[in-house]
Design a protein around this ligand. Structure first.
Ligand code: NAD
Ligand code: ZN
Length: 348
């Protein structure tokens, strides 16, 4: 089958690789109908993820049709339309039983190499899904595959970040980064009751995309975002800050944007080990700071329902739909920020 593989820093390739097969009784094989390129794939592309070896199949956002289920799979049968969770969980360990699926003892991420479960990715014609009953969801009948696609990752990541921030109706949310995750955070904040969302990006066109979703754009390369957010909040700062870029610079910015008693949730991926935490000011200003990987299984049913109910429209961020065979160009466009979000279609 055709698949996108990692080839080295700044290099992916479209290659012929063997089709996946059932390995465990609770595995399923999914024929991929849609997959996407995620900001997290760019960390691989930039060579920042240890354990990615040349030839490893990339990708973790996908929908498809289940073509084969192992004998222990109960919830699905061949022909079912499904969306995959970008990270996997076993569903029965102590962490899963606590609802901390992102801390599962068998945690893995599709297409993220040996350090993340050694699971071949979904930018391919077929993907093997371990613990299929746990790591797949049926796509509601009224939803097209593209509408469900981001529930497996960026939408649910963003939605979960807003949920982790304990947003109260009527509050003001600042979102740092208007890439796909940030744009989904804008929509999620409104869906969870935000009165206003202030959307910050270095790129004017990204901030303007957020404006189209109802946010107040703040172009950080043209104006001081701290001064701007202060001005827009009467000198208080934002009740909630969602960091959707990754790394110490934007996390530090979050502490400057949040009001006293406010909450920061960071979801941007970073491989930087440590960060100068503003300890004394966070003490006196009573700041809550949370950082973590998404817990897709906790929130995916909510995001699927919100999309099905018309409250969130994830498709608005898709700028390019390309055949899987043009994935190399898709990576280039997404990395250079020519594309906001690239969806790949294996059978185009
Ligand atoms: P992206 O790279 O497409 O978007 C990042 C955006 O941030 C871009 O629009 C860029 O212009 C903007 N930006 C960069 N530096 C900035 C700065 N200093 N100030 C303001 N804006 C800045 O990525 P994405 O797909 O939107 O993902 C965002 C982050 O979320 C990535 O790090 C990704 O790995 C991560 N992510 C995390 C999880 C999780 O489980 N925690 C899940 C999915 C994605
Ligand atoms: Zn992702």
């Amino acid at each position: 089958m055709k698949a996108v593989t990692y080839r080295g820093v700044g290099q992916v390739a479209l290659e012929e690789v063997p089709e996946p097969a059932i390995q465990q009784p609770d595995d399923a094989i999914v024929k991929v109908t849609r997959c996407a390129i995620c900001g997290s794939d760019l960390h691989i592309y930039h060579g920042h993820i240890p354990g990615m070896v040349p030839g490893f199949v990339c990708g973790h956002e996908f929908t498809g049709v289940l073509v084969e289920a192992g004998p222990a799979v109960r919830a699905f049968r061949a022909g079912d339309r499904v969306v995959g969770t970008f990270h996997t969980a076993c569903g029965h360990c102590a962490m899963c039983r606590k609802g901390a699926y992102n801390q599962c003892r068998e945690y893995g991420v599709f297409g993220y190499g040996v350090a993340f479960g050694n699971l071949a990715g979904s930018q391919a014609e077929f993907v093997r899904v371990p613990h299929a009953d746990v790591n797949l969801r049926p796509i509601p009948e009224e939803l097209g595959d593209e509408q469900a696609l981001f529930c497996g990752d960026i939408l649910t990541t963003a939605y979960g970040a807003v949920r982790n921030a304990h947003l109260q109706p009527g509050e003001t949310v600042a979102v740092i980064g208007c890439g796909p995750v940030g744009l989904m955070a804008v929509q999620s904040a409104f869906a969870q009751g935000a009165a206003r969302v202030l959307a910050i990006d270095l790129l004017r066109d990204r901030a303007e995309l957020a404006e189209r979703l109802g946010a107040v754009p703040v172009v950080a390369s043209e104006t001081n975002p701290v001064a701007q957010v202060n001005k827009l909040t009467g000198g208080l700062g934002a009740d909630v800050v969602i960091e959707a870029v990754g790394g110490p610079k934007t996390v530090a910015l979050a502490f400057e944007l949040v009001r006293g008693g406010g909450r920061i949730v960071a979801v941007g991926v970073t491989t930087v080990e440590s960060f100068a935490f503003p300890l004394a000011t966070s003490l006196t200003r009573d700041i809550a700071f949370r950082i973590g990987l998404a817990n897709i299984h906790r929130d995916i049913d909510a995001t699927l329902a919100l999309v099905a109910g018309g409250r969130i429209d994830p498709e608005v961020i898709i700028s390019h739909r390309l055949p899987l065979t043009e994935a190399v160009e898709g990576y280039r466009m997404f990395d250079s920020r020519e594309a906001t979000k690239v969806v790949l279609i294996p059978d185009a």
